[in-house]
Design a protein around this ligand. Structure first.
Ligand code: MOS
Length: 753
């Protein structure tokens, strides 16, 4: 039963887990007393990746590079129907093909989308496995289906789930009185914004290798969540958790699509158990397009009222989202959290269709909601003739949920506004949108960002000191490409007075101390404080040992330059190595990420400022420059932090201008399941990107005061581009991707008005 539940991925558990983790983290007790700011030696500076050379020289092993003796290739047969009953399956021909080691039926009685799994094979090589798939005979009884949001919402549409209506309300929230707010308004506008399905498309497709050693299972997985995959495998195979080890070494991206246990991983384990040999399953680019997630659509209608002085009086949002067979994304958090508007009404609906399901994708919901909200704010600002930055400054709040919740205590957003505006040269914008002349029009736009991301309490990490003076930092987190190995080394090295290269990092193994999934921008703010805690304990132990050697009280001892010395007399010192040799045995110090101190701003903030050029004859948008100002607390490593910003902005530029999944409305066939037809930005499309990290006063020595930065840079970029285009041509595009046809249509709309 459990196995079937896990194999039936129609309602994605990952997204729910992520939300749960985040709300738990936000409710975490805030007990530890705040400490004073401290100057760090390595933390907050530029540190090159400790594994950078290994990655760029191709020596870092990804799933496809891992080869085990006797390993078989696993492949999955997938449904060609968007909705059908499986009447019968005949595996006999496939089974008798030479080289085929196993063929299994997956216990689906029904398929709900094209790409839904039906059966699987294990064979000696790719070609044999492919051939075997073709020999499996499946008799389907096609059922009525619906693949478009519009049709799914119609009365009498084919029902996607037996026990659920096609349209379900996923949020209904209110603040104040919306009608009163509209009466107070001097200007009221209503606008609709739309975003398409975007596919994660990590460079490395999903892949797993499963190997049994007696009754123990070892899985190498390209995953953002080794512990969740381990737990899921144990549950679905009915074996004790401790008998499953999940290893993740290097990874070519996930962006949310690799957040939890995938069916192909369970299938690899089943095939490996049946055949007694290791089995590798790598998904193809097409499978990646069909069935391992997407960013759901949004169709957001805002009605908003504003006074001529720029105070927002009321905003209502109605949103329809679809992620396919599972729930889409709610997108109203930015509306509920960033601005003070006293009267709000939010109604969000998810619409089911017979398409592969969604997964959390880099800032799920916030990306879509920020595009709608922030572009709408520019339309309101334009309607009252106000500078859109001034409108934000007038309305942003430092309290959670408008003026109702706890204060953020962070001046982060205000600083992002000021520093970003200065850097881009905000005064250069068109005072009246579209006032420029000529074929090529320039414009400037901006947008605000909010995200969670103060990490998860109870994250564990160990520091191990050896008698030869070497140091391990051990944590069951995973480096999903962001530089986690490096930031762990930076924190330990800074605390222990060593260099990052002196530290041996052990991560990516579920037998190591627990850490949360790497999603929701949780990794650094969860792991770094745990490593800090363990390192501080190790440092304390060493200081106590050193007091006897150099005759100085522990509180006067400093660890720096691979030595421990008297702060009042640096000559009085003992080397780290010599002191370590005095350890009776190797010593392990357990660290934990504690609750957050009172007053610590839980959210991260940012503002993007963008300059664009729009060709009014071809409709082509060229993004020239992006200034991305972020307040994510204490930055651990500015080099990898900057990489996050460049990556997020790049992914955002690509999505804003090019990306969308295209589906044939009548057959449910994916038209662009490859990198030729699914358009992605190239290096020629990427602007100059300037990252600014805003330091705020709430830095705390022991917990480091660091917040997530993985998702934030992806959040405001589309809205800021949209607003820059508005500033350039005087009309909002209101729909992503902003392809030339939409720009030309918008210009026509402007002419006509
Ligand atoms: Mo992210 S969408 O939490 O990997």
């Amino acid at each position: 039963m459990a196995k079937k539940e896990l194999l039936d991925n129609t309602i994605d558990p990952n997204l729910l887990y992520l939300e749960e983790a985040q709300s738990k983290a936000s409710a975490a007790q805030r007990k530890a007393p705040p400490k004073k700011t401290k100057d760090f030696r390595i933390i907050g500076k530029d540190t090159p990746r400790i594994d950078g050379r290994k990655i760029v020289t191709g020596r870092a092993p990804f799933i496809n590079d891992i080869r085990l003796r006797g390993m078989l290739v696993g492949k999955i047969l997938r449904s060609p129907h968007p909705h059908a009953e499986i009447v019968s399956i005949d595996l006999s021909k496939a089974k008798s093909l030479p080289g085929v080691k196993d063929v299994i039926e997956l216990d689906n009685k029904k398929v709900q989308f094209i790409g839904n799994r039906v059966a699987a094979v294990a064979a000696i090589d790719d070609q044999t496995a492919e051939k075997a798939l073709k020999l499996i005979k499946v008799e389907y009884k096609p059922l009525p289906y619906v693949v478009s949001v519009e049709k799914s919402r119609e009365e009498g549409a084919p029902q996607v789930h037996e026990k659920r209506p096609n349209v379900e309300k996923v949020r209904d929230e209110k603040r104040g009185d919306i009608e009163v707010g509209f009466q107070e308004a001097e200007v009221v506008l209503e606008r609709t914004y739309q975003t398409p399905i975007e596919i994660h498309h990590p460079a490395e497709t999903h892949g797993s290798i499963a190997k049994w050693e007696g009754n123990r299972l070892i899985v190498w997985d390209s995953t953002q969540a080794i512990h969740n995959v381990r737990n899921g495998l144990a549950r679905s195979l009915g074996i004790p958790t401790g008998r499953v080890t999940v290893i993740k070494r290097y990874m070519g991206g996930g962006f949310g699509s690799k957040l939890g246990l995938n069916a192909h991983t369970v299938i690899a384990a089943l095939l490996a158990r049946e055949t007694g040999r290791p089995v590798k399953i790598m998904l193809s680019r097409k499978e990646n397009s069909l069935c391992v997630g997407n960013r759901p659509t949004s169709l957001q209608t805002y009605k908003g009222g504003v006074k001529k002085d720029g105070s927002l009086t009321a905003i209502s949002l109605r949103n329809y989202t679809t992620g396919g067979v599972n729930r889409g994304d709610r997108c109203s958090e930015p509306l509920l959290d960033v601005y003070r508007c006293p009267n709000l009404q939010v109604k969000e609906y998810t619409v089911y269709t017979n398409m592969g399901g969604s997964r959390a994708m880099r800032a799920p919901g916030h990306v879509q909601g920020t595009f709608g909200l922030e572009d709408f704010l520019d339309e309101l600002a334009n309607a009252i003739g106000m500078d859109p930055l001034e409108l934000r400054k007038k309305n942003y709040t430092t309290k959670n949920r408008g003026d109702t919740g706890v204060p953020y205590s962070s001046k982060g957003l205000a600083k992002c506004y000021d520093l970003g505006a200065e850097k881009i040269g905000w005064h250069r914008r068109n005072t009246i949108p579209g006032e420029g002349e000529g074929k090529i029009r320039r414009g400037l736009g901006m947008a605000s960002q909010i995200w969670w991301g103060a990490g998860v309490p109870e994250t564990l990490a160990d520091v191990k000191l050896y008698r030869d003076g070497s140091v391990d930092v051990i944590c069951g987190t995973q480096d999903i490409g962001c530089g986690t190995r490096t930031h762990m080394a930076v924190v330990a090295a800074d605390t222990l007075g060593l260099d990052p290269q002196d530290i041996t990092i052990k991560l990516g193994n579920s037998d190591y101390p627990w850490a949360p999934l790497s999603g929701g921008s949780l990794t650094t703010p969860s792991v770094a404080p745990a490593v800090r805690d363990a390192s501080l304990k190790a440092a304390d132990h060493l200081k106590k040992m050193a007091t006897k050697k150099i005759n100085v009280p522990a509180q006067d001892i400093i660890l720096q330059d691979k030595k421990l010395f008297d702060m009042n007399n640096p000559e009085n010192a003992i080397s780290f190595k010599e002191l370590a040799s005095e350890l009776r045995r190797e010593a392990v110090f357990h660290g934990e990420r504690k609750g957050l101190p009172e007053g610590f701003a839980y959210n991260s903030f940012g503002a993007h400022f963008v300059e664009v050029e729009v060709d009014t004859e071809t409709g082509k948008i060229k993004v020239i420059k992006v200034v991305a100002a972020h307040e994510s607390g204490q930055i651990i490593n500015t080099k990898t932090a900057e990489s996050q910003v460049i990556g997020g902005v790049t992914q955002g530029v690509s999505a804003t201008l090019f990306e969308q999944r295209i589906v044939d409305d009548t057959t449910g066939t994916l038209v662009n399941p490859n990198w030729r037809d699914y358009k992605i930005a190239t290096s020629m499309d990427i602007p100059e990107i300037i990252a600014i990290f805003v330091n705020v006063d709430d830095q705390y020595i022991n917990i480091l005061g660091t917040k997530g930065l993985g998702e934030p840079p992806r959040i405001p970029i589309a809205a800021a581009i949209g607003n820059a285009v508005f500033n350039a041509i005087g009309v909002q595009i209101r729909e992503i991707p902003m392809t030339p046809d939409k720009v030309l249509a918008a210009l026509d709309r402007k002419e006509a008005s």
